[in-house]
Design a protein around this ligand. Structure first.
Ligand SMILES: Cc1cc2nc3c(=O)[nH]c(=O)nc-3n(C[C@H](O)[C@H](O)[C@H](O)COP(=O)(O)O)c2cc1C
Length: 178
């Protein structure tokens, strides 16, 4: 049934424990291809991706980010970056990078991998630390870190559909009637 194809979206969870198995370059290319197929304003594709697989750098990241302990077991991480010189207009790089980041999470899920979005934007201090650590040029802004690896934990699908969040033709009326 066609609806079942949505399962890979609904069953994606943030994974924070990974096995020691390393992700191959073929899978990494597939994941980053998916990222680059994300929609972007005026199709400007204002993104760059910094792949991290150096344990020393993973350690450094854990020192500067308070919520990135999952990097202890991660195979790879990707820092999604936005390019202010490529974006359609002020602020668009953030939205475009959000779409690319979500594509990474869903591509990983499709390939049987686990992932976790670790926030950088909009925290300026974190962004500055990452820019310094990765030697980013000043027009390239770190947006998010995505941890990737083979999952060591499984998480059940929570209930997240809430009919009352959906309105019909304006705010007054619910779209889904009881
Ligand atoms: C903008 C953003 C920032 C996040 N930052 C972190 C983070 O720093 N560390 C972390 O472990 N998870 C982080 N997450 C993951 C969320 O905690 C997770 O998506 C949320 O709890 C829902 O769980 P699920 O992804 O398993 O559905 C972030 C997610 C988003 C979208």
């Amino acid at each position: 049934m066609k609806m079942e194809k949505l399962n890979y979206i609904l069953d994606r969870r943030s994974i924070r424990r990974y096995t020691s198995q390393k992700i191959g370059n073929k899978e990494m290319k597939a994941i980053l291809t998916a990222a680059m197929y994300a929609p972007s304003a005026v199709n400007m594709q204002p993104w760059h991706f910094v792949v991290i697989d150096d344990p020393f750098l993973m350690e450094k990241i854990m020192e500067i980010h308070p919520h990135a302990r999952m990097l202890q077991t991660t195979s790879h991480a990707v820092v999604v970056c936005g390019d202010e010189q490529l974006q359609h207009d002020d602020g668009y790089w953030v939205v475009d990078c959000g779409a690319a980041t979500q594509n990474i999470l869903l591509a990983a899920q499709t390939l049987g991998l686990g992932s976790c979005w670790v926030g950088l934007h909009p925290r300026e201090e974190r962004k500055r630390s990452f820019s310094r650590l990765l030697h980013l040029p000043s027009h390239v802004k770190p947006f998010a870190l995505v941890a990737l690896g083979y999952p060591e934990e499984q998480k059940p699908r929570p209930e997240r559909f809430h009919a009352e969040k959906v309105r019909s033709n304006g705010w007054e009326k619910p779209f889904f009637q009881e």
